[in-house]
Design a protein around this ligand. Structure first.
Ligand code: PHE
Length: 337
């Protein structure tokens, strides 16, 4: 029997050498030490031997079993590593490869329009300011000449937190923050997101504005400067349009105006989009109210401010009639821009 066991040992050795998959290894394990395995059978045969042989054979069988387990484990590790390497090889991705088949994104349409707006003002020597999205009552309202219980606060449906904190309803609080931290002359734009409780074809609870603020010593900044730059800006964005200033009201500017361009859909003839007026309102502006300067401790200064909605610009430029399609991340829609 010992001779047979030696033979089995050699056999195992050879089999292990020729194995190159986990499946073959598992089959071998079953063949050798499984319930009906060869080695298991020898252990079973022990009971028919007499005491002297039994001890010797049992010892030999145990050594072989240990050896097999060790060799099995070694082989399992080698095959496991090979399997992992093969998988890594198969799934290798060269991230530095240039894929000319996929279209390259030019960015979200809202950001494309925002970039264009910002480009204009940067070229006109404005610098860029930003402010917090969570504002306090002072910066969003009070300092902008909107005291508590002022009816004009209702113009903007506000999201409130506790302790007079709120989501800013416009970018105008950046006017206040800029004046609090900068000295004259001030020539800034403040692009950013703003929030209002509104949701329909032309309103979204989050949208983007670009604020503009120019302040210098008294007498140096006038409505004429404001009018010039906005006309030039609107023609840069919309092309050959007519621009008109219409007297309006904002608590933080006096005088105030809303600015219209001739309708980009009907070129002023009158259509559904412009409510048959031939004009589209595109921004609000005015000469900075003296109460605003008072709130930040400025004296003997003059300035103008304006604010516009980026989504509105994008809708007009791209002839989109449902604002919400910009925010539903449907690539079929976004890829058209
Ligand atoms: N903050 C105003 C709004 O959100 C726009 C505006 C800004 C008007 C600056 C005048 C001056 O409607």
């Amino acid at each position: 029997m010992l001779a047979e066991i030696e033979k089995l040992h050699e056999e195992i050795q050879q089999d292990l050498d020729s194995i190159d998959t986990m499946e073959q290894l598992e089959n071998l394990r079953i063949q050798i030490v499984g319930k009906k395995g060869k080695l298991t059978a020898y252990f079973g045969a022990l009971r028919d031997l007499d005491a002297k042989d039994k001890k010797q054979v049992a010892q030999r069988l145990n050594t072989l079993k240990d050896t097999f387990e060790r060799l099995y484990e070694d082989k399992r590790q080698v095959l496991g590593a090979a399997q992992l390497n093969a998988q890594l090889e198969r799934e290798y991705v060269d991230v530095s490869l240039f894929n000319s088949l996929k279209p390259h994104s030019l960015g979200h349409p809202i950001m494309q329009v925002l970039d264009r707006i910002v480009d204009y003002f940067v070229n006109m020597n404005f610098s860029i300011q930003s402010g917090p999205l969570i504002e306090d009552d002072f910066h969003n309202f009070e300092a902008l000449n909107l005291p508590k219980f002022h009816p004009a606060r209702d113009m903007q449906d506000t999201f409130y937190f506790k302790d007079s904190l709120l989501l800013r309803t416009h970018t105008s609080p950046v006017q206040i923050r800029t004046m609090q931290t900068h000295s004259l002359p001030i020539r800034v734009i403040a692009p950013g997101s703003v929030f209002r409780r509104d949701y329909d074809l032309t309103h979204s609870p989050m949208f983007h504005q670009v604020e503009g603020l120019v302040v210098d010593e008294a007498g140096r900044i006038s409505f004429a400067n404001l009018k010039f730059i906005l006309e030039d800006f609107l023609r840069y964005i919309f092309g050959d349009v007519r621009v008109r200033f219409r007297a309006s009201f904002f608590p933080f500017t006096e005088p105030s105006a809303e600015v219209d361009i001739s309708c980009v859909f009907c070129e002023g003839a009158g259509c559904r989009v412009c409510s048959h007026t031939g004009w589209l309102e595109v921004l609000g502006c005015g000469v900075v109210h003296n109460n605003v300067f008072k709130a930040v401790g400025y004296e003997n200064v003059s300035g103008y401010a304006f604010g516009l909605g980026v989504e509105r610009f994008a809708m007009l430029l791209h002839r989109v009639n449902d604002l919400r399609s910009f925010f539903e991340t449907d690539l079929r829609v976004l890829e058209q821009f």
